[in-house]
Design a protein around this ligand. Structure first.
Ligand SMILES: [Zn+2]
Length: 231
């Protein structure tokens, strides 16, 4: 089975094979070099460098210039970045500013972008409309929004990735959304938890398709979404 894991983090453990591609996202400046070093260990690792909304407040001044320089020097995408308004204390303007900077980097350098979005769907759509969806590829990982939000993103060309956690037995709203996403814009991920074959099997059961077919489809979609980074 071809396996495309659209979202993971370090530490990235477990056996690797040429039939499994893994997108590894950095979340703060402290892990950018480690993600690049890990990607140098094999072509099946797709590196992404970004500032996650949880780490915006703690980012050291000048992070934008250092991220820009690293991205220019390496074949890596932008992310994970985005908006997370679930926490009461979230500094929304600061998150939006950091997200805009990273969307602009993805445009300027023609790189794909990995987006984290939680309870911020309206603003996510606003910012993507204002900045434009980076043409080299974009996905929202661990998608937890409504079918309507999924449809709005898909029309803009954004891929929707569903995670092991989101496919858990109690997440019935996410299962409902999963059934509505067109196969052309669907991705699957472990988010570092569990194994991808299990995610594919569960997602295939919800969609009423064969696991092998869904694996092949999400592999092709992954190559499309991240085409700018493929060797
Ligand atoms: Zn993540």
């Amino acid at each position: 089975m071809l396996l495309f894991d659209a979202h993971r983090h370090l530490p990235d453990t477990g056996a690797r094979s040429p039939e499994e591609l893994r997108v590894i996202c950095g979340t703060c400046e402290a892990d950018w070099e480690a993600v690049l070093a890990h990607a140098a260990s094999g072509p099946e690792i797709i590196p992404m460098l970004g500032l996650h909304p949880w780490f915006v407040a703690a980012a050291a001044a000048g992070w934008e210039a250092r991220l820009d320089a690293l991205l220019r020097a390496h074949r890596a995408g932008v992310g994970e970045c985005g908006l997370d308004f679930a926490r009461e204390a979230a500094d929304r303007p600061a998150q939006e500013h950091a997200f805009r900077i990273q969307l602009r980097l993805a445009h300027a350098l023609h790189r794909p972008v990995a987006i984290h979005a939680v309870r911020a769907w309206g603003r996510l759509l606003d910012l993507l409309q204002e900045e434009g969806v980076p043409p080299a590829g974009a996905l929202v990982h661990a998608f937890s929004g409504s079918p309507e939000t999924a449809a709005a993103l898909q029309v803009m060309g954004v891929f929707l990735s569903f995670s092991a956690e989101g496919l858990g037995p109690t997440r019935t709203k996410i299962h409902e959304t999963l059934r509505t996403v067109p196969s052309s814009h669907l991705l699957l991920e472990t988010d570092g938890i569990g194994d991808l074959e299990r995610v594919i099997t569960v997602a295939a059961a919800h969609r009423g398709v064969a696991a092998e077919d869904l694996a092949a489809r999400t592999w092709k979609n992954g190559l499309r979404c991240f085409k700018g980074l493929m060797a």
